[in-house]
Design a protein around this ligand. Structure first.
Ligand SMILES: NC(=O)C1=CN([C@@H]2O[C@H](COP(=O)(O)OP(=O)(O)OC[C@H]3O[C@@H](n4cnc5c(N)ncnc54)[C@H](OP(=O)(O)O)[C@@H]3O)[C@@H](O)[C@H]2O)C=CC1
Ligand SMILES: CC(=O)C(=O)O
Ligand SMILES: [Mg+2]
Length: 582
């Protein structure tokens, strides 16, 4: 029967699952081993090998699991009790880093409970497993490191990368997040200690986007570090040598990319994360035509910011083309966002993209990017070198350009000064100000500063979370403009449609879906992003829109195309539920 797929149970016996069931049991896309499928519809016996692996964090062991009794209610009770107990324990810790370590221990020891906790308490725990705390964890990774959480591939493994990949115990990988640790958030080169980032991003792939944990593979490529402090740190976990560059780096990356394709096939999504910009753009351009690759810092960030700007038009009543944009920071995030905005304006107005780019200006460490600097600019900055006299500082650029939107992607904290925010507020009724740099210490300004300096008029969002601020008797809630809104749903959409390449229109589709999820209630609070508490629903919509675009572009390989893509996305999402025993 065509609509039937074979599953291998934990005890090795094949069980047959109808496709319709597969769409309702919530076991994650291509849940090959069936380990996440237990629901009312699919009963599993407790003596299969899959539930008896006491040492595996994916399986929660109940004391009497070998008894032939219905354990479902007991499980549910135990689960709820455990969840409350562990949240209570985590709340006892004073320091975010202690909470981070407790959560990492939980992920190691009881993966299902970790995800249950993360899903049910997403707004509280996101700042712990993700920015800002993950930044501190990476900085201190050497001293808090106990057990490896992902796969390290070092220069020493050159020539053997395929063998190293084969050592990873899970075979059916769908998403890889890989870093070489050179630009970890706004914290710079943290070498091997950057592993916290792929681990954290993939935890969000599962909790926010529903990709099965066993299908996720965090990888850190250890190509050395130029961070002198780490090179001299006795607890540093990586190679003590300066970074490989040029041909050596290129050959290592080439071997890695080929090995991934050979081992996991054409449809594994490789997310590049926190590479320095002198490698990131080239890697994306080179492998974008041969592999299923996505750069979160360039593309994911662009998609999330575009969504926020589209949503902001409801608060300001205009269109994207009505604005003038100024960026502080012309690297991966800055130029990535700028290009997607230009693309969307071009799509909306039918104007050539070169014309649309002229609405967008960027400032880097040397000042405003202008045509007289063109020859010396890195290639990704050249499209933004417009005709203008040289301008040195951000404040001068704000006065000269008079932008309606100011976006910070410099990785440098406190660069949106009082003068800058006041200047923005002097010629805009509602200035849009996005301080995207992470972690919190690198944010271009705080929420309190943005609201007080703009006298409560700024439409404001930040990369790392800030608490609501009361100004002049009104509560202002800053949104979190972070690619975490996009990549989990985007990845789910790619995986569930079997897409073989990422196309810019899929980023626009993700953006559109996110913007549509902002409600009137959110707008009333001044928010341009929906709350993270609804993120799984949001991710399902993003996934559906991305998948629809992949089908439309002829890039999707999964046939037949599911009729209702939102329902299909929801049905594909992993849920950390306990099984029904009989
Ligand atoms: N909120 C989110 O979702 C995301 C946030 N980010 C954050 O954005 C920041 C930047 O990331 P990314 O774009 O990848 O980094 P890059 O290194 O690629 O770019 C940084 C840019 O900032 C410029 N810059 C640095 N210092 C200054 C300064 N004092 N004044 C003016 N410009 C300056 C650099 O100038 P020059 O080129 O001259 O060196 C460069 O153009 C990081 O903090 C990162 O955490 C990144 C991705 C997603
Ligand atoms: C959020 C993110 O990807 C970054 O700050 O690099
Ligand atoms: Mg990043």
């Amino acid at each position: 029967m065509e609509s039937t797929m074979k599953e291998i149970r934990g005890d090795g016996a094949p069980c047959v699952l109808d496709m319709d069931d597969a769409a309702t049991v919530g076991g994650g896309v291509e849940d090959t081993y069936g380990e996440d499928r237990a629901t009312e519809e699919q009963l599993v016996t407790p003596w299969t090998v899959s539930v008896a692996r006491f040492d595996d964090p994916q399986y929660f062991c109940v004391m009497n699991q070998f008894e032939y009794v219905c354990l479902y209610d007991l499980n549910v009770l135990l689960y709820r009790h455990q969840e409350r107990k562990i949240m209570n324990n985590i709340r006892q810790y004073q320091l975010p880093l202690q909470k981070y370590m407790a959560l990492m221990d939980l992920q190691e020891g009881n993966e299902r409970l970790f995800y249950k906790l993360l899903i049910d308490n997403v707004e509280e725990l996101l700042p712990i497993v993700y920015t800002p705390t993950v930044g501190e964890a990476c900085q201190k990774y050497g001293s808090i490191f106990s057990r490896p959480q992902g796969l390290y591939i070092s220069l020493k493994e050159k020539g053997k990368i395929l063998e190293v990949l084969k050592n990873w115990p899970e075979r059916s990988i769908q998403v890889i997040v890989v870093t070489d640790g050179e630009r970890i958030l706004g914290l710079g080169d943290l070498g091997c200690q950057g592993m916290g980032i792929p681990v954290g991003k993939l935890a969000l792939y599962t909790a926010l986007g529903g990709v099965r944990p066993s299908a996720c593979l965090p990888i850190t490529l250890d190509v050395g570090t130029n961070n002198e402090e780490l090179l001299n740190d006795e607890f540093y976990i990586g190679l003590r040598q300066r970074r490989a560059t040029g041909q050596e780096y290129a050959e290592f990356l080439q071997e890695f990319m080929s090995a991934v394709k050979q081992n996991y096939g054409e449809k594994v999504l490789i997310q590049f994360e926190d590479f320095a910009n002198h490698n990131a753009f080239d890697l994306l351009a080179k492998y974008g035509t041969t592999h299923l690759v996505f750069n979160d810092d360039i593309q994911g960030t662009a998609s999330v910011v575009l969504a926020g700007l589209v949503a902001a038009q409801k608060l300001i009543s205009g269109t994207l083309a009505d604005h003038k944009y100024l960026f502080l920071g012309a690297g991966e995030a800055g130029t990535g966002i700028a290009e997607l905005i230009a693309l969307e304006i071009s799509r909306q107005t039918k104007a050539p993209i070169e014309e649309c780019r002229k609405k967008i200006w960027l400032v880097d460490s040397k000042g405003l990017i202008v045509s007289s600097r063109k020859e010396s600019l890195q290639h990704f900055k050249k499209p933004w070198a417009h005709d203008h006299e040289p301008v040195g500082s951000l404040l001068d650029a704000v006065h000269a350009i008079k932008p309606t939107v100011l976006i910070g992607t410099s990785g440098k904290g406190q660069t949106f000064t009082q003068d800058v925010v006041e200047a923005m507020s002097s010629f805009n009724e509602k200035p849009i100000i996005l301080a995207l740099s992470n972690p919190t210490s690198q944010s271009e300004c705080t929420a309190e500063q943005a609201y007080s300096w703009s006298k409560g008029r700024a439409v404001f969002a930040t990369g790392s979370p800030f608490d609501p601020v009361e100004y002049d008797g009104k509560i202002h809630v800053p949104g979190q403009a972070n690619n975490a809104y996009i990549f989990p749903g985007f990845g789910l959409g790619v995986v569930m449609s079997g897409a073989i390449r990422v196309h810019d229109n899929m980023l626009l589709a993700a953006s559109e879906a996110l913007a549509q999820q902002v409600t009137e209630e959110n707008f009333e609070k001044g928010l341009i992003y929906p709350p993270f508490s609804n993120i799984r629903k949001i991710s399902a919509h993003i996934a559906a829109n991305v998948a629809a675009k992949a089908y439309e572009l002829g890039l999707a390989t999964r046939r037949p195309r599911p009729k209702d893509l939102v329902k299909y996305a929801e049905s594909c999402m992993y849920s950390p539920v306990y099984r029904n025993y009989r």
